[in-house]
Design a protein around this ligand. Structure first.
Ligand code: ADP
Length: 253
């Protein structure tokens, strides 16, 4: 049964036993599964399950820019298209890309650009298509994470991966990785992303209210979660090559 009906939220976001409604501890991530090379027609791709979020990312490029007037003579461009499927949320989402999707596409572009060597690809575009099949809070962070993985799978030279997570506050307590219901009924939501080559934040949004001390602690919580997500990304990338190696070695007998 859906937990949110007609925007009526539960009164409490913690259970009697002190755990969150989905059984997590305050700083526990939802279960995360990642896989690369999932779309055969793309130059690179990745799939991510993050709690109830299910997201595909497909990368094409460097390739010719359409429309041509968007091309830059001295550098390549990165274009990100974030879309949510009509069936991805409880109420049917309008199929046409809305303002929210355009804004999130722009945010993800800004998160990823610093790790790319766009100056080496004048006149061309890298295009990242993100399809959210199932959404349950934190899709901009999950999409950034899976898009970075798809870029790496495409063999695009990168300074590093990018990882992203939202931290925040619900029922007065600081938590990591807000679910949809925690995002809507909670006190504060702070999506952030890190570019690992310089360990700088390439995204920091803030919605809600918290004290400066809580903000500092939230950023430390984010840092811990980002480390875990980075490891999962690296494992997903390596496992593709490990399985190719096993196939080749198996075929040598
Ligand atoms: P994010 O997914 O990055 O947290 P938002 O804060 O805008 O972005 O959205 C929070 C959650 O609200 C989404 O993950 C999704 O589950 C839900 N949501 C977003 N847009 C819609 C929509 N048009 N209809 C119903 N639910 C939506």
């Amino acid at each position: 049964m859906p937990l949110i009906i007609n925007d009526i939220y539960p009164e409490k976001l913690f259970r009697e036993d002190g755990k969150r409604l989905d059984g997590r501890e305050k700083n526990e991530l939802r279960p995360i599964k990642m896989e690369v090379g999932v779309i055969s027609n793309a130059d690179g791709s990745a799939y991510l399950e993050w709690g109830n979020n299910k997201i595909y990312a497909a990368v094409y490029g460097p390739r010719e820019v359409h429309p041509h007037h968007l091309a830059k003579p001295d550098r390549g461009i990165l274009r990100v298209f974030y879309r949510m499927a009509t069936f991805s949320v409880f109420e049917r989402k309008r199929p046409a890309p809305g303002r929210r999707e355009k804004e999130i596409s722009m945010i993800i572009t800004d998160c990823l650009e610093p790790v790319l060597f766009l100056e080496l690809y004048p006149g061309t575009a890298f295009e990242v298509f993100i399809e959210v099949m199932d959404a349950d809070g934190g899709t901009r962070c999950a999409s950034t994470t899976v898009a970075a993985l798809a870029l790496a799978d495409a063999g695009v030279p990168m300074r590093s991966l990018v990882s992203s997570v939202a931290v925040g506050k619900i029922d007065g307590q600081l938590v990591t990785d807000l679910s949809g219901i925690e995002d809507k009924a909670g006190d504060a939501d702070l999506p952030c992303a890190i570019t690992w080559f310089n360990e700088e934040l390439s995204l920091l949004q803030f919605d809600g209210d918290m004290s400066i001390e809580e903000l500092n602690e939230s950023l430390l919580n984010a840092r811990n979660a980002l480390d875990q997500i980075h490891q999962l990304q690296l494992t997903a990338l390596k496992s593709k090559y490990t399985s190719i190696l096993e196939e080749v070695e198996g075929g040598e007998d």
